[in-house]
Each structure stands twice: as C-alpha cells, then as structure tokens.
Design a protein around this ligand. Structure first.
Ligand SMILES: Cc1cc2nc3c(=O)[nH]c(=O)nc-3n(C[C@H](O)[C@H](O)[C@H](O)COP(=O)(O)OP(=O)(O)OC[C@H]3O[C@@H](n4cnc5c(N)ncnc54)[C@H](O)[C@@H]3O)c2cc1C
Length: 424
C-alpha cells in the first residue's frame, strides 16, 4: 500500500511534510478513473490518481485464453480512447468488431427477433468486443509517460471539503489537497457517501455468469442475445479466433449452480436454451475460461456533483450510475462522463477555477439525459422480459418483431448504442 506507481515524481502520503496541493485528484483505478486521470493530465493539469489497485501491474493479455472481464466497447468509447492516444496502441488482434446484433424473444417464434446491422445503419461496426485488461494495460503504459500524472496505490478514508477545495485523507496516513476531486470509486463509492450524495438502489436479484467458449462455427461477427422464459438473458458476444464470450443473467441461486458445472453439464444447459439455438448458430462449444458471477443492480446518484453550497466533487462511472448489463453500456456511459468532463474543463473560461459551480453544473446537465435514457431503457427491458403474464409475453415478442420492421426506430436504437461524444 501507499506505493507510488508508474511515475518518478510522487507524493509520499506517509510524510505529511511532503504533501502539497494539486489541481485534481481522481479517486478510483478502474478503466473510468484511469482514462479520466490520463485525460486531465493531458490537459496540463497537475493530477493525482489514488486507488488501492494501482499498485498491481495489469498484465498485457497474451495467448489463447481470453480474460474473464470482457466488454462491448461502443464507438463513443473508441473516440475517447483515440483522443487519449490509446486506441492505436491497443493490440487490435485481440479486438473483435461487431457488425450484426440478433436479439430473440422468448416464445421461440421466428418473427420474434430484432436484427441490427452495421451495413444497414451505414457504419463500419456497431461495437468492438475486447478484454478489460487490454485497455487497462495500455492506459497504464500511457500513464508512465505522462509527467503531470502521479499515481498512488492507497485508499481514501475521508474527504473534507472547504471553501478552497478538498482534503483527502489516505488510509496509510497523510493527506492531499485538490481544487477538484473526481470520484470514480465504483458502485459503492465511499466519496459519494462521505459528501452526503444520496442514491437510489435496486437489486435485480440476479447475477451475471460470464465465461468464454471456443466454437466450431464462425460467429459471423455477430452478437447474439436470447431473452428466455422466466427472465434469464443469455448473450454470446463474438471474440477473435472463433471464440465467444457468454453473459448469462439469471437468478442468484441458479448462477451459483452454474458455477459448479463441468464442461459436459454446461453443454446440457446450453443446449436447453431456445431449442438448441446456441449450438445451431455456433456449433460445438468448449469452455475456455473459468466462469465467474457478478451480482446485478441498478444505482443512480441523486446528483452527479457535490452539494450546491460547495460543490468541489464530480461523480463519474459506476459511482454515478450502475445498470443491468443487457445492453453492454455501463462502462461506455462512464467513459462518456469522462469525455464530457474533459471537454468542459478544456474549454473553461480562464477566470473560472476547476471546481467552479457553473462548470460542474454544465457537466451534470450534459450527463443527465444520456444516463436517464439508458438506465430507463435497460431497466424497462429487463422488467418487460421478466413479466410472466400472457399480455406481457405477447407485447414484448410482438414489440421485437415490430421494431425489426421499422428502419426509423432501428436507426434511433443504433444511434443510442453508438453514443455521441464531441471533442472540439
Ligand atoms: C457482467 C457484466 C458485464 C458488463 N459488460 C459491460 C459491457 O459489455 N460494456 C460496458 O460498457 N459495460 C459493461 N459492464 C459495466 C462495467 O463493468 C462497469 O460500468 C465499469 O466497470 C465501471 O467502471 P468504474 O471505473 O466506474 O468502476 P470500477 O471498475 O468498479 O472501479 C472502481 C475503482 O475505485 C477504487 N476504489 C474504491 N474505493 C476506494 C477508496 N476508498 N479509495 C480509493 N479508491 C477506491 C477501486 O479500487 C477501483 O479501482 C458490465 C458489468 C457487468 C457486471
């Protein structure tokens, strides 16, 4: 702990005499925090990033086994990573472009499906699928060469907000003072709680079981998703080298059961889905990772910035919002928070300090719509497909078929999934 990482100029939090004021502190070492800290440093701001996991080097992914955490990255994420000069540095042989998405209803009828296609939408791809480690490793490499960025492997225990900024007290002792604090400290955000920002939380009483599979048929660069009777959702996302990444959202009890299955038991379970549709699409499957489960919930912070009287903090990523992974958008949304914040701070008027209320309000206002829309859509879809009544069943399956026939609605859905960000 308290180990300075990846930069020769470091604050030693054990020695308060060495503690000095900085412009911004980013709390959190997930992809959102790392991208934000890098972007702020690239703007020329003296930036410190603090998180316990920053002491652990994220290895560059190698070999035939893909990592456990796989994400769908939207074009808005690609644009931010390109802006941060990360995208071209990624190993592109470990990224899979998605050109088609096929979403099936739970009645098993042929017409209950929605097909979204990059070709029809006039774009090269709808998304990319890749490993968390691929992005994190490259962000770590970039941080090493950024002399405005200091990283500290520690936890923030307490934050005191005063008229001039924030004092962050670290677990190892010592404190850092920053004009602005960006809380990227995840769904349980201790910063959000310390400064008294309330939040709504709802458990879906589900977990997502993730695993990677080798398949014998080509996946045709297609992401498949099946809504199943009873509320389970199974997604098979394409990966390079005839692999797919599975995300199976199911009850917590069933998830625990799935984690105990061996290869042949897994194949039995998968073949029972939608009359063997998975096998028909992808051929024979061989497990290529250790399955893991993640509990699913919805969280929304009441505010994305500190209290009106003295806002010196902005929330980004899961600290501000958590959603069901059925649309694969949580991280993408968090990275759009980063893009908007960087844009606002880079264009700020010279008389405004970093934690100026007007700036922070601009950030909050610009992020409300995107966040509310995605939280609403994912939540309503999840609930619509969990409902057991005949009317709900008919409505959802008929809805999929209907949307599939409307080029206009499909185009709007694709625009929402691609995400919009601007750097000017
Ligand atoms: C099964 C599943 C599949 C998903 N698939 C997708 C997908 O395909 N596409 C997509 O866009 N999103 C997806 N998501 C959502 C995505 O995983 C999250 O939105 C994203 O990881 C959030 O990143 P973050 O950096 O905000 O938070 P986190 O990754 O949770 O990072 C939080 C950081 O804060 C640090 N921290 C915590 N407390 C402190 C403290 N006191 N002091 C200092 N640091 C602290 C932690 O150590 C950590 O470094 C999925 C989620 C699940 C569960």
């Amino acid at each position: 702990m308290a180990e300075a990482h990846s930069n020769p100029r470091s604050i030693n939090p054990r020695n308060p005499s060495q503690t000095r004021p900085v412009d911004v502190v980013v709390v959190g070492g997930g992809i959102v925090g790392k991208a934000c800290a890098l972007g702020l440093a690239q703007l020329g701001l003296n930036t410190v990033e603090i998180a316990p996991d920053l002491g652990l080097a994220v290895p560059s992914p190698q070999g035939h086994q893909w990592g456990q955490r796989i994400y769908a990255f939207s074009p808005s994420t690609q644009k931010l990573l390109a802006h941060l000069q990360i995208w071209d540095a990624l190993d592109h042989s470990r990224l899979q472009a998605v050109r088609d998405m096929r979403i099936y209803g739970d009645r098993g009828e042929k017409n209950d499906q929605l097909h979204l296609s990059a070709f029809e939408a006039g774009t090269h791809q709808l998304a990319w699928i890749g490993e968390s480690n691929l992005i994190e490793h490259t962000l770590d490499q970039a941080a090493r060469f950024q002399n405005k960025l200091e990283r500290i492997a520690d936890a923030v225990e307490k934050i005191d907000v005063d008229a001039n900024g924030n004092t962050l007290h670290l677990k190892s002792g010592g404190a850092i003072h920053a004009q602005l604090v960006i809380a990227a400290d995840g769904a349980n955000s201790p910063i959000r709680d310390s400064i008294g920002i309330s939040f709504s939380e709802e458990s879906y009483l589900q977990s997502a079981v993730v695993a990677n599979w080798m398949c014998t048929y080509p996946h045709l660069e297609t992401a498949f998703q099946w809504f199943l009777p009873g509320g389970d959702i199974v997604a098979m996302l394409p990966l390079p080298n005839k692999q797919v990444s599975m995300v199976w959202s199911t009850s917590t009890e069933h998830a625990a059961e799935l984690l105990k299955l061996n290869q042949s038991q897994w194949l039995d379970r998968l073949s029972s889905i939608a009359n063997g549709a998975i096998e028909k699409q992808l051929g024979e499957l061989t497990l290529n990772s250790t399955p893991a489960a993640f509990p699913l919930r919805k969280i929304r912070a009441a505010r994305f910035i500190g209290p009106e009287a003295n806002p010196k903090v902005a929330l980004i990523g899961d600290a501000a919002h958590v959603m069901h992974p059925l649309a694969g958008q949580g991280l993408n949304l968090g990275l759009r928070d980063v893009a908007v914040l960087l844009n606002i701070l880079s264009k700020r008027e010279s008389f405004r300090p970093l934690s100026d209320l007007t700036l922070l309000r601009r950030y909050e206002r610009q992020r409300q719509g995107d966040t509310s829309a995605l939280l609403w859509v994912t939540d309503k879809l999840k609930k619509l497909f969990s409902g057991g009544s005949n009317t709900e069943k008919q409505l959802r399956n008929w809805g999929l078929g209907l949307v599939n026939k409307s080029h206009f609605i499909k185009q709007r859905l694709i625009e929402r999934a691609l995400g919009e960000i601007d750097f000017d």
